[in-house]
Design a protein around this ligand. Structure first.
Ligand code: NAG
Ligand code: NAG
Ligand code: NAG
Ligand code: NAG
Ligand code: NAG
Ligand code: NAG
Length: 379
């Protein structure tokens, strides 16, 4: 711990100027928007969402990774939660995402940002317990850069800190994740938040408010997938079991728990986990997964390898060796590419009604040697 503390002190000066997250791996640049969706059926519950869309542009601008108030609060929280002698706040405050600018250009600037096309498939990306959606912006960017519109949301009454467009923040002290029974009641509110997003995709007025540049037009809802980490992965399974609009599920590193799934649940589910997840209660959960299923483990990862923090540490030039217990030893950028590659081959197959492909069928073992398939079923 002592050595980690000295790392903090030495890296601080180098990042005060801000640092850029690498451009996302896919074939497109991306845009980032955020705004509010209101659930009138649940006491005007205000859901903050971020949306990433593929675009093409000749130059990108670096925008803050997350709002300052979220960064300051959440940075301190992560250090405490994982008992690290390291304050993530400077990292979260200084990180910048490279995006195409959709804002009105100044007179000597050409606004060259053009959206890719309008009829794109949609991914709902669900964060882990208490985690602000901002900690998924790198993953969301990576998925969007492959040609998907990606939505990610905060959950009032669960997310640690939510910063609204007027700059005010609301904090919430969530449950200590000591047992799954304590966390299970948080699943259904998330399922309903997901339903709100899916409903509003067809609401041209709501979409026009969220994307003024795009105007009052709905999004297609015939190709929707849900991907999540930790509690977000479990949320994806439960949301899909209750809503047939979700046609594919990817659960990153969370065993299944919560209420029994509906017997008509045949949506394809991928489980992509850290090593030794067979020791958890997965096997008990299998009978509930009746559709196509893919289950794999990734060597040299931890639970935290499956969301943004390792990429943030890497982009800030941190010595990742001192974070091995927290972030695993796999290269963060390689991990990001692998997560996206497996998830999207799964999702695209589900949309096409024909799951499979070189990665899922084990033909790209050289590219991703860390992956061990535990079980494949129904495809
Ligand atoms: C993204 O934007 C940069 C400009 O900063 C450009 O050089 C690059 O080719 C773009 N990438 C894609 C995939 O469009
Ligand atoms: C966020 O904090 C940085 C300094 O860390 C400051 O430069 C910037 O203006 C702040 N942004 C807002 C919106 O307050
Ligand atoms: C559609 O969105 C508008 C604007 O947010 C909202 O006022 C309206 O209630 C929504 N309609 C439905 C059916 O949800
Ligand atoms: C299962 O049935 C319920 C009730 O009819 C329905 O609301 C839900 O969408 C169905 N789920 C799937 C995945 O088809
Ligand atoms: C996984 O379990 C095996 C057998 O119990 C053990 O040898 C190995 O160290 C474990 N690996 C990890 C990463 O926990
Ligand atoms: C896991 O990491 C160790 C040490 O870096 C490395 O030797 C090993 O090859 C890695 N395992 C896989 C499957 O990549």
């Amino acid at each position: 711990m002592k050595s980690m503390l000295s790392t903090v002190l030495t890296i601080l000066p180098s990042i005060t100027a801000g640092f850029s997250i690498p451009t996302p791996p896919g074939k497109y640049n991306i845009t980032m928007s955020s705004g509010v969706l209101i659930d009138h059926s649940r006491g005007d519950r205000a859901l903050m969402v971020s949306v990433f869309q593929p675009a093409e542009c000749r130059s990108v601008v670096d925008v803050p990774y997350m709002p300052n108030a979220t960064a300051a609060y959440q940075g301190a929280y992560i250090g405490k939660l994982f008992k690290l002698d390291f304050d993530f706040s400077p990292l979260l405050l200084q990180a910048r995402l490279p995006v195409c600018s959709v804002s009105t250009p100044s007179k000597d600037q050409i606004n060259d940002c053009s959206p890719v096309e309008d009829d794109l498939p949609v991914i709902i990306l669900s964060s882990g317990l208490s985690s602000p959606r901002g900690l998924f912006h790198i993953l969301a960017s990576a998925l969007a850069s492959e040609g998907f519109t990606v939505f990610t949301a905060d959950h009032p009454g669960e997310t640690n800190v939510i910063t609204y467009p007027d700059g005010h923040s609301v904090t919430f002290v969530g449950p200590d994740p000591v047992s799954l029974d304590i966390i299970a009641p948080y699943i259904q509110p998330r399922v309903l938040d997901t339903r709100l997003i899916l409903d509003q995709l067809s609401n041209a007025t709501a979409m026009g408010e969220l994307f003024p540049q795009r105007g009052p037009r709905s999004f297609p809802t015939d190709r929707i997938a849900m991907v999540g980490h930790s509690l977000g992965g479990v949320t994806a399974v439960h949301a899909a079991a209750q809503d047939s609009r979700i046609r594919a599920v990817v659960d990153w590193d969370q065993q299944l728990f919560g209420p029994a799934l509906s017997p008509n649940f045949t949506t394809p589910v991928m489980f992509f986990n850290r090593p030794n997840s067979t020791k958890l209660n997965w096997l008990d959960a299998w009978p509930q997964i009746q559709g196509p299923m893919f289950w794999a483990e990734v060597a040299n990862t931890t639970h935290q390898t499956f969301f943004d923090p390792p990429m943030l540490l890497r982009a800030a030039g941190e010595d990742l060796a001192s974070f091995a217990d927290f972030a695993g030893t796999i290269d963060a950028e390689h991990m990001l590419r692998m997560q996206v590659a497996y998830a999207l081959e799964w999702v695209k197959g589900a949309f096409a009604g024909k799951i499979g492909g070189p990665i899922l069928e084990g033909q790209e073992q050289d590219k991703f040697p860390e992956v061990t398939v535990i079980e494949r079923r129904g495809f």
